[in-house]
Design a protein around this ligand. Sequence first.
Ligand code: FAD
Length: 439
Amino acid sequence: VPKVTVIGAGLAGSEAAWQIASHGVPVVLYEMRPVKKTPAHISDQFAELVCSNSLRANGLTNAVGVLKEEMRILNSLILRAADKHAVPAGGALAVDREGFSGEVTAILRNHPLIEVRNEELESLPEGIVVVATGPLTSPALSKHLQELTGEEYLYFYDAAAPIVEKDSIDMSKVYLASRYDKGEAAYLNCPMTEEEFNRFYEALITAESAPVKEFEKEIYFEGCMPIEVMAKRGRQTVLFGPMKPVGLVNPHTGELPFAVVQLRQDNAAGTLYNLVGFQTHLKWGEQKRVFSLIPGLENAEFVRYGVMHRNTFINSPSLLHPTYQFKRRDNLFFAGQMTGVEGYVESAASGLIAGLNAARYAKGLECLVPPPDTALGSMAQYITTADFKHFQPMNANFGLFPPLEEKIKNKKLKNEKIALRAIEKIQNFSQNIYNSTCK
Ligand code: FAD
C-alpha cells in the first residue's frame, strides 16, 4: 500500500494520521514545530490547543455534541484523548491541555505505521497528501498553496458576519426584496424607523469589542472594517454603507425605511441567513444584545457570531469535493481550518474524514461522504456547496442539517430528533467503512 504524507500535526493532522494508520496504511507526518514556530503555539506537542481548553458542548442537545458522538463512533483519537483527560466543566468537554496533547503525541509517535518528521514543508510532495497546516500555515507553504489554488482562492483572515437561523426570524417584520427590484428578490430586509435606528446605533457604538491579538492587528488594514468601527466614524457612514435603504421600499408600508439591515441566504438549503456587511469584532454576548435590536431579529438564534481572525483557508466550494479531495488533483486532501470549518472539534472532524478517505484512496477503495443528515456530513456539504462568492468558515450547528420530514415546533424536541437520526446514520456509515467496494 502506498504511504500517505500528512502535513501538520495539529487537531486535524493528528486525527487524519491516526485514521490512516488505523486503516493499515503507513503515514509520514510532518510537523514544523519546534524547529519553526507559529505566532500562537507555545509547545512542541501535537494537537496543541492554542487558546481555550474547552472543546465546547458535550451531549446531544448541541450540534457540536452530536459531532463529538459521531467521532467517537468512528474511533476518533482526538475524542478518545479528550475524554480521558477531561476536567469538570458542566455540560462542556474541557480538558487538561498538557495531558490531552501529550496523549495524542505519544500515541502517534509510538505508532508502528507512523513516521514523524519535524520539518517545515514549503511545497506539496508527490503522492497521496493531506494538507492540515491550519490557520497559521507557514508563509512559504501558504505562498505555494496560493499558486496551486489561484491567489483569489486562498484567504489570510476571516471577516465573518453573524449568521442566524431562518426559522427564528420574525417574518412579519421583514420583507423579501432586491435593491430597485433588480433580478430575483434575494434579500430579507429588516426595516428600521429613525427611532429604531438611533437606539441600535447607540448600542452598536458603545458595545464592547473582543481583545485583538498582536498578530491579528493587520486584518483591519487589509480593507476590512468591522461594522462597529465603521459606525464610530459617524451615522452617515453606515446609513450610506451597509444600512442604506435606497431602492428597498417596504411593501408592508409602501415607504422607504430610514435604514435597513439586509440578510442574505447563506446555505444551499436556505435555512441560514447572514447579516450583510456586518463583519464584527464585538464580544459574542454583545452581538446577541445589539443585533437583537434589529426588527425581525428580536428572538434570532445565532448559529455563528461574527468573527475577525487571522486564518488561512481555501475557497472550498470551488476547490473541494465533499470527500475533502482537491478537485484538480484527486490524491490531494485538505483538512482542518484550511477547509473553512471552524473550531477545534470541527477541525479534528474534517481530519477524520480526510484521513479515512486518504487511507481508502491508498487502498484503491472509493472515497466516502458521511450522510448529509449527520453533523460530519452536513459540514462537508456546507463547505463544498456554500455560495463561493461569500464563503466564510463555519462551525457545526443544527441549521446545517436538512430539516426533518415531520414539522416539530418545539426546538428542543426537534434538535433531539435530528441528533438521534444523525447517530443512527453514522452507525450505519461506520459499517460501510469496513465493507465497501473498490473504485
Ligand atoms: P492547527 O491545530 O493549528 O495545526 C496545524 C499544524 O500545522 C500546526 O501544528 C503547525 O505547526 C503545523 N504547520 C503549519 N505550517 C506547516 C508547514 N509548512 N510544514 C509543517 N507543519 C506546518 N478554536 C476553538 O474551538 N476554540 C478556541 O479557543 C480557538 N482559539 C483559537 C485561537 C487562535 C489564536 C487561532 C489562530 C485559532 C483558534 N481556534 C479556536 C480555531 C481552530 O480551532 C484552531 O486553530 C485549531 O487548532 C485548528 O486546527 P488545525 O488542525 O486546522 O490547525
